[in-house]
Design a protein around this ligand. Sequence first.
Ligand code: ZN
Ligand code: ZN
Length: 319
Amino acid sequence: MTPKRHAIDVPVFAVGVTLLVLGSLASVAAFVARPVAKWIDAASAATQPLSFTYLLVFLAFFGVIGSVFSAAAMVVRMLPFGRVRQVYRRPYPAVQRRTELISAPIILLFDAAFVIAVVFSAALRFELFAGFGATVAVIAVLYAWFEVWFYVTHRLIHTRPLWFIHKHHHVSSVPHPLTALSFSLSERAIYDLGISLGAAAVSWFRPVPVVSLLAFLTVTYLFNALVHCNFEVVPAWLVRSPAGKILGSVSFHAMHHARGRNHYGFTSSVLDYAFGTVWPDYARVHARAVGGHGLRALSERVEDADGYVAAAYSGQRAQ
Ligand SMILES: [Zn+2]
Ligand SMILES: [Zn+2]
């Protein structure tokens, strides 16, 4: 086999391009937004304790947080930990890389625009911070609500009439950290709407702490990058314990991408267990990834009587 000429290290290249594009877009957006922000400040001064400063904070927040988690996952997947624990050991097609690279900056800007619109619309009541207990409680409420919203809407967009909304995300048969930012705008709007409805429900009872909203979004970005990173970070004992019936894992969502159905939850498996949408070989696929023997084919199933799956379970490296 003839050696190939210098191949570009695509993950590193992807991080560089994404950050560059985001930086440029954020600069342009900040410049363009100045007169708009003045107008928003004047229009919302009576109802909102937020200003142009917050607008910039939101833009920077999504640009930095959104790209940092995916970038970190991209770095870890090149380290021994990430390489050994790959869930699916397959190359990424060019069309997937292209789709994800184009999507990432668009989705980050879309999220920023959506949250800015909600916060500045004066439709909900916000306050900056509400004390530790209330702030954490609101994060928990938003998180639990979003898991339910995600499971239900994700199952719906897997039906034939609505598949056009979701097929963009499934261009990625094997997830990559950038898959976390690869959605159609209609699908992203559904998730952002869900978050807004959760915030609206909280606002009915009490002002939503902006700190809670940003912390919730940060956690969501982090877990989104994690479930798409394609190297397993959740230990096998946890998946086999009762907590495994509540928590999801990287393999859990990777199987959804590879097989195209079941495992509709975001970071939790609890609704999938409740509604019977868990693949029977989930724990065995997970053990293969942890044991350093990720799957090679998208259609591969891991059978019960597989000797080396048992070896992976016991914590030894499989043969
Ligand atoms: Zn899906
Ligand atoms: Zn996904």
